[in-house]
Design a protein around this ligand. Structure first.
Ligand SMILES: [Zn+2]
Ligand SMILES: [Zn+2]
Length: 301
């Protein structure tokens, strides 16, 4: 781990308690528990398991061989730029791409299959953003990090990549955080929970809205912004009333991935031998943790 990776990892670990504390102090939706439904799925399977294997696949088996085969191994045409300018360049260009790809995912049946997992979260909090289908991550992160490796030498890329990855992770946690923030006109420029909580709501009128990730202005420029609290936009409710998907969706990591490729009877699959005990096991453990956290006397009874 180089120095930049160490610093960005520390920032990331410090960012989690900041988000959790803000969620406790200023909740957007009141009464959400830390160990909410799907916590284990998002924390272990998506954040730890999937991230670990996809990082190896994307960097070692896609980007590195592509760079070598293109003969770019020692080029780095932008390596003389200052780091801040490079981060800004890749931040804005990738954010522009992600706006359009995200919009494509909501507007085409095939690409929606790679994105529905992300919308299956029914409790949107700091961890919810991690739930993204592996295919979605492979496409997005390859397109995000390949230009960094192609246009920079190895030394400069070793600084820009962790900085960019840290920004992605912290910003991703922020826009999903269950924090009741009112940033006023800033919501025309910087994306946050105000607009992204709406994006995750199960309301037909916002299904084709708020695609932005970091910069909210893409939505306002391209006519997809939705925020009822921001004049002149008006809406019956100032906050979403429901979240998640309007159809049945698996609760287990591998079933979620298979469901993107082939539709099946969700209830039947979840009751299959091997799957049911696993779902029951994680539900049982989490309910024990929840109960002991809310009522410590219960475990000594
Ligand atoms: Zn979406
Ligand atoms: Zn999201």
């Amino acid at each position: 781990m180089n120095k930049t990776e160490t610093i960005t990892t520390i920032i990331l670990f410090c960012w989690v308690p900041v988000m959790v504390t803000l969620e406790r102090l200023f909740p957007y939706t009141k009464g959400i528990k830390f160990f909410r439904e799907g916590w284990w799925l998002d924390f272990f399977w998506y954040t730890i398991f999937q991230s670990y294997f996809l990082k190896i696949l994307i960097f070692d088996y896609i980007i590195a061989p592509a760079k070598t085969s293109l003969g770019l191994a020692n080029v780095g045409v932008l390596s003389n730029w200052p780091v801040w300018a490079l981060v800004l360049l890749f931040l804005v260009t990738h954010d522009f791409y992600i706006y359009w790809f995200h919009r494509l995912q909501h507007n085409t049946k095939v690409f929606w299959r790679t994105h529905e997992a992300h919308h299956s979260v029914r409790t949107v909090d700091w961890l919810a953003g991690s739930r993204s289908h592996a295919l979605e991550i492979i496409i997005n992160q390859t397109i995000e990090f390949a230009p960094i490796f192609f246009l920079l030498d190895v030394k400069t890329a070793a600084i820009v990549v962790p900085v960019k990855a840290c920004l992605d992770a912290t910003w991703g946690m922020w826009i999903h955080a269950n924090v009741d923030v009112h940033s006023g006109k800033l919501q025309y420029f910087i994306n946050g929970p105000e607009m992204h909580q709406w994006h995750h709501s199960n309301h037909p009128e916002v299904f084709y809205s708020n695609y932005s990730t970091k910069f909210a202005f893409w939505d306002w420029i391209f006519g997809t912004g939705f925020l009822p609290g921001l004049n002149p936009f008006k809406h019956q409710f100032l906050k979403p009333q429901q979240y998640g998907l309007p159809y049945e969706y698996p609760r287990e990591y591998f079933l979620q991935h298979w469901f993107a490729l082939k539709r099946f009877d969700v209830k039947k699959a979840e009751n299959a031998p091997g799957i049911k005990p696993y779902i029951n096991w994680t539900t049982m453990v989490l309910s024990l943790v929840k109960n002991s956290a809310t009522n410590p006397s219960k475990i000594t009874e």
